[in-house]
Design a protein around this ligand. Structure first.
Ligand code: DD3
Length: 316
């Protein structure tokens, strides 16, 4: 559920070392330097916590998440841990198992410096469905997202191999139909149940589903076939166990495709936000202007500026 990554990966997120969170004197780590402002969200069930704080006067979001117990390390875990009895009653007993450090990791994601949008993202918010016509998109949504300067620098860093280059599992370098396939942040790659990869297209002129026409069919088909092929070969996950889809609205406006395990209810895979790649391809085959014209329904959080724009326009 959490947008997480382990400590080493989180550092790779930042390629410019021009921010204070990792400046000269903090050869130490951003987590030990974190002064907690407040807890944004926590879940005992998901075993994660989202913290807003300051690292050397800069806003930061830190996400901690206990990782699942891996089957591959089970033997070692049982053999090499210390066991402390909590209680014993009849045939029942409970313990605290103290695992060796390397089997007891906490996936940690750091966003620093964090914007207000980063902070808001993790606050629980009521959301509302919006119906956006093609006209609404061009009159309301497009001007809003153009003004917002949502940074996709991290996407360009991936495409230019300035970050996460060692995490890329497949690349088709073609400037028109090419893409990069790599594990999403949310996946620690330790178990296949929550497999989550993203394909990021090389083209920089496609913001979202709304921009897609039949002109892009070869790009989309290429991503579907090579993405599925690579995942099948690399992870042994067959096409019949993969959910391949786009978000609308996306969380960043550079075209990307999600590949998640069918056994994993990934956040944002519900009908109100996810559009299966196969459906998208078929819709564009039938009508090149499908996504240009159709009414798109999607949820917006109460604190989303775009929701306010729809309200101001009398659309809600
Ligand atoms: C993001 C959506 C964006 C906080 C967080 C994540 N996969 C990413 C940077 C590098 C990445 C992602 C925004 C940002 Cl935790 C705010 O996601 C990323 N690298 N989803 C990968 N591999």
């Amino acid at each position: 559920m959490a947008d997480c990554e382990n400590g080493t990966e989180a550092k790779r997120l930042k390629t410019q070392s021009d921010n204070e969170c990792e400046s000269e004197h903090s050869a130490d780590n951003p987590v030990s330097d974190l002064e907690i402002t407040r807890v944004l969200r926590e879940s005992a069930r998901e075993k994660n916590i989202f913290i807003h704080g300051k690292v050397k006067h800069q806003d930061a979001v830190v996400i901690l998440e206990k990782t699942p117990i891996g089957q591959d390390t089970l033997k070692e875990l049982l053999k090499s841990s210390e066991l402390k009895l909590e209680m014993k009653n009849d045939v029942y007993s409970t313990y605290q198992l103290h695992a060796p450090a390397h089997l007891n990791q906490i996936k940690t994601t750091v966003v620093c410096p964090a914007t207000e949008k980063h902070v808001k993202k993790y606050l629980h918010q009521e959301s509302f469905l919006v119906e956006e016509s093609g006209e609404d998109y061009r009159n309301i949504t497009l001007p809003y997202i153009s003004n917002q300067s949502f940074s996709v620098q991290w996407v360009y860093n991936i495409l230019e191999k300035k970050a996460e280059a060692d995490r890329i599992i497949y690349e088709d370098p073609d400037p028109d139909t090419g893409f990069v396939l790599l594990p999403d942040f949310k996946w620690d790659q330790k178990q296949l149940e929550n497999l989550y990869l993203i394909a990021i297209v090389h083209r920089r002129d496609i913001k979202s589903l709304r921009d897609l026409t039949s002109e892009h069919l070869s790009l989309l088909r290429n991503i579907r076939s090579k993405g599925e092929d690579t995942i099948q070969k690399r992870y042994g996950v067959p096409v019949s166990k993969l959910r391949v889809y786009l978000h609308y609205q996306p969380s960043y406006y550079h075209l990307h495709i999600h590949f998640t395990s069918l056994d994993y209810e990934a956040p944002g895979c519900g009908v109100e936000r996810a559009h299966l790649l196969s459906d998208v391809i078929q819709n564009l085959q039938a009508d090149s202007g499908y996504y240009h014209d159709r009414i798109m329904t999607f949820p917006l959080r109460a604190d989303d500026g775009l929701l306010l724009k729809f309200k101001e326009a009398g659309k809600l």
